[in-house]
Design a protein around this ligand. Sequence first.
Ligand code: IMP
Ligand code: MG
Length: 178
Amino acid sequence: MHGDIENILMTEAEIDECIRRLAAQITADYRDKSLTAVVILRGSLVFAADLIRKIELPMTVDFIQASSYGAGTISSGTLNITHGLEDDPTGKDLLLIEDIIDSGNTLLHLREYLKGSGAASVKVCTLLSKPERRSVDIEADYTGKIIPNEFVVGYGLDYDQKYRNLPYIGILKRDIYE
Ligand code: IMP
Ligand code: MG
């Protein structure tokens, strides 16, 4: 285990099992739809790469990026879209792929933005959710794991752009960011 990690929250095996369950639900629900996974950069990169390979349907993948936390751990509540979709979303069933829902601000803004884009539907799949931290009323349509109010890294999630390459999800030691 990396020296900056307090505890492992999800092992590689637990992540794998969780993704299989999410992919099976998505495969069942989108059978007659026109699925486009919209990967929210950068944190969802690893999750999305594993998830899409377990979805047994024809689909496309696009990317979107919004302003992130930077070096802090608190969201500003405002959102800049720094990279928009490449493909025309008209008539597509968009599934936003998020790493973690914290305050919910990022997702609320992105979902409303995409709902105004001509897409047939917009839903959300998140690997992790911290409901204790929610400041706006939003839940994902597909949630991997509900977690306590701790700052977590690994499997795509960063602190100050580090730890994204850890293969598991760990709770970051407080003295690293406090
Ligand atoms: P929200 O807008 O407050 O819901 O923040 C969502 C974004 O904040 C996520 O997409 C992550 O990039 C980041 N974030 C929130 N909590 C954590 C965490 O525990 N570890 C790493 N990134 C986090
Ligand atoms: Mg993110």
